[in-house]
Design a protein around this ligand. Sequence first.
Ligand code: GLN
Length: 189
Amino acid sequence: MDAPLAGVLALQGDFEAHRKALADAGARSAEVRTAGELERVDGLVIPGGESTTLLKLLKDEKLWEPLRRFGRQRPVFGTCAGAILLARRVTRPEQECLGLMDFEVERNAYGRQVQSRVVRIEDAEGGPLEAVFIRAPIVRTAGPGVRVLARYNGDPVLMEQGLHLAATFHPELSAGRRVHRLFVAKLRP
Ligand code: GLN
């Protein structure tokens, strides 16, 4: 059987690094820029970048509603700005989101002083994990259906709910591939 095909939303952000990580984790990947391309993939990665811009581009490209429908049936993995889009509610400022996962997120919540940092976090199952934060959001509340897989300073930074996965950091920028493997495992359960 062919390896599963992971789509990577390629409107903005570091989609190349995700494609490399997915290949390392055993998946084929394809760039997604249109609703037609979205139909052909088994799941979708929404990379980091700038969520307001991503939101606008998704609407301009008529991908917003197709993506909402896609997420009811197939896995979506959002990192940083991508995680912001997956949320149920976004604050500071309020912004539209897909509501595919039941958490509330505050944008740019670590403040301007510390825009980026690389830290070691504890993943509940897999042991230590490197996490690269870049103007990261903070998850303020997560509903009972959300499984928190890792925390930093007590806040959820890696979460799973049903088909979906969200990271407020950038796993594609670290050498380890554990987080991408979690997503690849969801592509063909
Ligand atoms: N701060 C960005 C936003 O609010 C996210 C940053 C990132 O994806 N690295 O959209």
